[in-house]
Design a protein around this ligand. Structure first.
Ligand SMILES: C[S@@+](CC[C@H](N)C(=O)[O-])C[C@H]1O[C@@H](n2cnc3c(N)ncnc32)[C@H](O)[C@@H]1O
Length: 211
């Protein structure tokens, strides 16, 4: 099934109603937030959804200029509501399957639970585009569901989150951590590593080399 399910109210509201319940999510997000430099001013959120990550970033970056991209009108409407039409936040409707639009350069690019919906080759090319959008020294932090090493571990993840396997999101395109770290390094990111991981949830970070 294509990721078009994110344009249906049922799917969007089901996700938003349960987004806070995902075990250990707050822990992974907090590590992401720690790795966004305090002086980052321009921050891009890929697949922003209802702007959850932008809102969390605003706590430590009250003056930040944020841009949130998403292809779901329903999600962007929820983001507008959450962010109360904050003039320092720009929301852009964009399908991440297509090359990133010209929206300027950023001190940090973040993403939470979105890039795993893209086909693998697009994940790879997107990482290169993210590097191009970052200022030297800028940080890319991607908090993502990733593929388990074995089917047994996949089942263990679903047991841990207390979800039947039938609830697996058909728009997921999970990929293992190692492949993604290798791609980030090949693109030219420095300090690439998995900075946090719990079963199928991981935080992948890379830094654009300083000029
Ligand atoms: C699981 S939600 C995560 C939303 C938000 N980042 C969060 O942390 O709550 C996945 C988001 O990715 C967006 N998404 C999925 N595929 C996309 C694509 N091809 N282009 C743009 N956004 C996409 C969906 O619309 C949805 O908002």
């Amino acid at each position: 099934m294509p990721a078009g399910e994110w344009t249906t109210a049922e799917h969007v509201h089901r996700y938003l109603g349960r987004a806070g319940e995902c075990p250990r999510r707050a822990e992974g997000e907090s590590v992401l937030l720690e790795h966004v430099p305090r002086d980052a001013r321009r921050i891009l959120d890929l697949g922003t959804g209802d702007g959850r990550l932008l809102a969390l970033l605003q706590i430590d970056h009250p003056r930040m200029l944020g841009v949130g991209l998403d292809f779901s009108e329903l999600m962007l409407a929820a983001a507008r509501e959450r962010l109360a039409d904050d003039e320092r936040i720009r929301l852009v409707e964009h399908d991440l399957a297509d090359p990133l639009p010209a929206i300027g350069r950023f001190d940090a690019v973040v993403s939470s639970m979105a890039i795993h919906h893209l086909e693998h080759e697009r994940k790879r090319s997107l990482y290169g585009e993210v590097l191009d959008l970052l200022e030297p020294g800028g940080v890319f932090a991607n908090f993502e569901p990733v593929a388990s090493a074995t089917h047994r571990l996949h089942l263990a993840f679903f047991a841990a989150i207390d979800e039947p396997l039938e609830h697996e999101d058909p728009s997921d395109r999970l990929l293992d951590v190692e492949t993604q770290l290798a791609w980030l390094r090949e693109c030219g990111f420095d300090d690439v590593d998995c900075y946090w991981k719990w079963l199928e949830m991981a935080l992948l970070v890379g830094v654009k080399p300083a000029a």
